[in-house]
Design a protein around this ligand. Structure first.
Ligand code: ADE
Length: 265
């Protein structure tokens, strides 16, 4: 639906681009003419994904500021410029809040909140601010009414949503736009990582959704394309929910209830 050469001559970095939503985002940018670099922690799988996509890649743990700086250096050396950053990398595990230990809490905050900040700051300093143009899209989650069962990621993603608003204002003078996409439950490889009982919950949640389905990775990618192209030129600091209305009408406690039954019986 987008013009075939919409991102011609654009250099795009997608973190967490080796699978799931990130892969679909990278794939659509490539289809629309962009030069794409995918980044992720696990070099072997990342290289495989890059070979399938026919794009560039660089292994990087977004929690590590030295690796983030090295990624910026790599892009500067090999591509000279960066136009669009998609902060998609992240991860979490389901657990009731009382059972999240400090290490698990710190890991999720570090990954989803700190990693997104390190990437945004580094790419702004190296590219977007000196260039006087840039575009950042942060992939968050449906945290509109909290995130029962995943308190750590709820807090981190809400932090990223607020960061989106701050950076959008601070960096508007450099012609940098910053927006966020909040996917609900998306049919993707990520769903396979959950235990069987949670997968059974997903089957129920699919029926309970007002649109009677989950979203697709393509639907998430479509909104990322919108935010990072001139169609949304006057829009910054906003969040777009791609969740079939779950942020308004979904039962946010359903997954938590399933999890509690699994743990406490
Ligand atoms: N994907 C999930 N966690 C990541 C991390 N810390 N760095 C890069 N990609 C990731």
């Amino acid at each position: 639906m987008y013009q075939k050469d919409l991102f011609k001559d654009k250099i795009v970095l997608v973190t967490g681009g080796r699978s799931g939503i990130g892969y679909a985002i990278a794939e659509q940018y490539i289809d629309l003419g962009a030069t794409v670099i995918i980044a992720s922690r696990k070099e072997e799988q990342l290289a495989e994904a890059a070979a399938a996509l026919k794009c560039d890649y660089k292994a990087c743990n977004i929690r590590n500021v030295d690796e983030v700086e090295a990624l910026a250096d790599y892009i500067k050396t090999n591509h000279s410029r960066l136009d669009i950053l998609v902060n998609n990398a992240g991860g979490q595990f389901p657990a009731p809040a009382e059972l999240i230990n400090p290490k698990g809490w710190a890991a999720v905050i570090n990954n989803n909140l700190n990693g997104t900040f390190y990437m945004s700051q580094q790419m702004a300093k190296t590219f977007f601010i000196p260039q006087k143009h840039g575009n950042i899209v942060n992939i968050i989650a449906n945290v509109f009414r909290g995130f029962p069962g995943m308190a750590h990621t709820g807090a981190a993603r809400a932090g990223v949503e607020n960061l989106t608003k701050t950076l959008a204002q601070e960096w508007a003078e450099y012609n940098i736009r910053v927006n966020a996409v909040a996917p609900g439950i998306i049919e993707s490889s990520g769903l396979e990582t959950y235990p069987d009982q949670i997968k059974a919950f997903f089957d129920e949640a699919r029926k309970a959704n007002l649109m009677k389905r989950f979203g697709t990775v393509k639907e998430v990618a479509n909104t990322v394309m919108f935010y990072s192209c001139p169609l949304s030129a006057y829009t910054s600091g906003t969040t777009l929910y791609v969740d079939g209305l779950d942020h308004l009408a979904g039962n946010g406690m359903a997954m938590y209830a399933t999890m509690k039954k699994m743990i406490y019986g």
